[in-house]
Design a protein around this ligand. Structure first.
Ligand SMILES: Nc1ncnc2c1ncn2[C@@H]1O[C@H](COP(=O)(O)OP(=O)(O)OP(=O)(O)O)[C@@H](O)[C@H]1O
Length: 246
């Protein structure tokens, strides 16, 4: 029998990796990766380029089938489950690179993914997304292709929220953005956290992640090399240097 909750905190476990090995063709990228995101938690995943962060997310989302170990979500085994079924279980993914529909307006982009399949009592709606991102409200009639990089990122996050995910997964959401916009995105993520949304966030901004997330994982060459809370992360400056390179 698997446990219904996290033994240490009693919280419901959403995403769980248990000794997962995964990769592409013959090339193995993840080695015995164990990781957990509980309900209501914000968890970060950090690491240098090419260490396996995106591969881990692709494995969670069903794009890659683990060759060993187990991936589960809210007690359901995900190994080999089709991507659309994984998404229907409540994993909302903001991929690296901001995929939006350029020919649709901002509002149409948001409505394209809208659903509340699991009957959330306080679902994300257009109004709530516009409250979170006033800039998207201003630009609601503009085409997706006319937006700045920062606005596109806001739209990608808004679109993922419109699926009312149980877990929001963000891959490098602040990459390539101007400092002011990055700061805006971090503030918005804090507001999203304030609603009780569970989030797994991949990024390299250790200070921002220490403020936002409850727990952290560092990945090195496909292995979880360190894990801990924000106090432990900030107490050792060598961690960021060694595992994130800053
Ligand atoms: N589609 C693919 N086919 C084969 N190998 C891949 C593929 N995508 C990534 N890899 C390899 O897997 C390894 C891990 O890449 P991954 O994208 O998971 O790293 P990452 O930590 O997300 O890095 P980054 O910050 O650069 O996105 C790298 O060696 C990369 O070359």
């Amino acid at each position: 029998m698997r446990e219904a909750g996290d033994a240490a905190t009693g919280r419901e476990v959403l995403l769980q990796f248990d000794k997962v090995c995964s990769g592409y063709g013959l090339g193995q990228v993840l080695f015995d990766v164990s990781l957990r995101v509980n309900k209501g938690e914000v968890v970060s995943l950090m690491g240098r380029n090419g260490m396996g962060k995106t591969t881990l997310i692709r494995t969670a989302m069903g794009m890659l089938v683990p060759r060993d170990g187990q991936v589960s979500f809210a007690e359901r085994r995900l190994n080999g489950m089709a991507m659309h079924r994984v998404a229907a279980l409540g994993l909302g993914w903001v991929p690296e690179g901001r995929f939006i529909f350029p020919s649709l307006s901002v509002e149409e982009n948001l409505m394209a993914t809208a659903s509340n399949r699991r009957g959330s009592t306080q679902p994300w709606t257009l109004e709530r997304i516009y409250e979170l991102f006033p800039r998207l409200h201003e630009r609601r009639r503009n085409g997706g292709g006319q937006l700045s990089g920062g606005e596109q990122q806001m739209l990608t996050i808004g679109r993922a929220l419109m699926t009312n995910p149980r877990l929001l997964i963000l891959d490098e959401a602040t990459e390539g953005l101007a400092p002011k916009i990055r700061q805006e995105i971090w503030q918005t993520l804090a507001a999203i956290k304030g609603t009780g949304q569970s989030i797994l966030v991949v990024d390299k901004d250790v200070r921002a992640l220490a403020r936002l997330a409850d727990r952290h994982y560092m990945i090195e060459k496909g292995c979880i090399a360190w894990q801990g809370d924000s106090t432990a992360l900030l107490a050792d400056a060598q961690l960021a240097k060694r595992y994130v390179g800053i």
